[in-house]
Design a protein around this ligand. Structure first.
Ligand code: NAD
Length: 409
């Protein structure tokens, strides 16, 4: 072995880590899976990956080449077919998909039917059959899937990441209150949101749980308490990738200059499957709540702020989210001015590297024995589980502080 070979060998003998997706053939999971193959083989640069920044080099994060991917899905299909759609829309480069074909076939073989809502007519018969069972039976089957994944791959630790379609927003039921109430609901035939069953199963199986969506996931007090009982880390909710990222980076500027924001009007158009799901008002409301709350919490010194976020499904745009924001503000002696920006981003290309970052940081938390909400990961989310500031600069500094403290010998 030459000195040149040493790092590669060191990486290959380090323990492998499982990345288990909920929604494993969706746009984000597919982009992350093919992107991972490209990054691990050195065919792509880690652009957009926060964890690749020099500030995090001392943390001993799991090498990307050591991630083993699997997951749950409820629709028919293959990663190859999902990738072909992303290539056609200019998200995934064709050469990345060609080179990652074998890796994707291996991942496809590890994708198993998940569970869904009882009225999800588009789900596969297996997923529909699962969702007809009691919550307890569904959880038992999900835990068995994770055990099988561990046993067949030999991964040392597993991070479960929810990138499934956004669920319809629900008022937290009594089952949300505490672990005992949730566990009673598992047995009494109540229908619980699938994202909460996945979160409970992940924690039961000793995995970290990351919720990249606005769905309930591990947000309810019952699930947060369960994470603590199980001694496991959780992170979420709702990835901050586009318009909200820009808003929470810009809004602090108005606050620090004591400029009064009168109106912040945002309008999003997107045409991918996520956009199709969000066209349903029940699903959209979960997303809008997170987007608006982040802005209002930063602009507390702008009394009477009028803000509105609109989301429309525009099929021809596919994954290219276009957001137009209009900010009307008041300066010295009441002089009125405005700022407008237009953001055109590929939702999947923005989200996929952050998902890989979150897996690396959550795996480190598992290794460190961190328990409950991971406050240092707030910069990745629209509604950070641990609360705290929505100001992107404060959140980014929080992650850097964590790295500096954790890397100190
Ligand atoms: N892309 C972004 O920038 C971004 C930012 C924040 C949040 N999100 C959220 O991430 C999620 C995924 O986004 P996407 O663009 O990949 O969506 P997508 O529609 O392409 O993929 C979602 C996948 O989840 C699957 N699914 C649906 N219900 C499921 C269930 N019960 N169990 C298992 N799988 C299920 C679908 O079949 C689909 O394959 C959405 O909830 C979205 O709101 C995305």
């Amino acid at each position: 072995m030459t000195a040149h070979d040493a790092p590669a060998r060191a990486a290959s003998i380090a323990p492998t880590v499982g990345l288990w997706f909920v929604g494993a053939r969706g746009a984000i999971a597919t982009t992350a899976t093919f992107g991972l193959a490209a990054l691990a083989s050195g065919r792509a640069e880690p652009i957009g990956l926060v964890s690749a920044l020099p500030a995090f080099a001392g943390l001993g994060l799991v090498p990307l080449a050591n991630l083993v991917v699997g997951g749950w899905e409820v629709r028919e299909g293959s990663l190859a077919a999902a990738a072909a759609e992303l290539v056609a829309n200019g998200i995934l480069p064709a050469h990345v998909v060609e080179a990652g074909a074998e890796h994707a076939r291996a991942v496809d073989a590890r994708i198993v039917p998940g569970t869904t809502t009882r009225k999800d007519a588009a789900a596969t018969p297996t997923a529909r059959a699962r969702s007809a069972a009691t919550g307890r039976e569904q959880v038992r089957a999900l835990v068995a899937d994770l055990a099988h994944f561990r046993a067949t791959t030999g991964v040392a630790r597993v991070v479960v990441v929810n990138v499934a379609s956004t669920e319809a927003a629900v008022e937290p039921p009594p089952a949300a209150r505490d672990v005992a109430a949730f566990e009673r609901a598992l047995d009494d035939g109540s229908e619980l949101p699938p994202s909460t069953l996945y979160a409970y199963a992940a924690l039961s199986a000793g995995c970290a749980h990351v919720n990249f969506t606005p769905s309930a996931g591990a947000t309810w007090p019952a699930l947060r308490a369960f994470a603590k009982t199980r001694g496991l880390p959780i992170a979420g909710d709702d990835g901050k990738t586009g318009e909200t990222l820009v808003k929470t980076a810009l809004a602090p500027m108005f606050a620090h200059r004591n400029l009064r924001v009168l109106t912040w009007q945002g309008y999003n158009m997107l045409g991918n499957h996520d956009g199709e799901v969000l066209a349903d008002p029940a699903h959209k409301s979960a997303k809008l709540r997170n987007k608006d709350a982040a802005l209002r919490s930063i602009l507390v010194d702008s009394p009477g702020l009028h803000s509105h976020v609109g989301i429309d499904y525009v099929p021809s745009l596919h994954d290219w989210k276009t957001a137009w924001d209009f900010v009307h503000f008041e300066g010295f002696l009441g002089t009125r001015m405005s700022l407008q920006f237009t953001w055109v981003g590929s939702d999947s290309a923005l989200a996929a590297p952050l998902v890989l970052d979150l897996v690396r940081f959550a795996e480190l938390a598992l290794r460190d024995g961190a328990v409950g909400e991971l406050a240092h990961l707030a910069c990745f989310f629209k509604a950070p589980l641990a609360g705290g500031s929505h100001d992107f600069h404060v959140q980014a500094a929080g992650l850097l502080d964590f790295a500096a403290r954790r890397s100190r010998p």
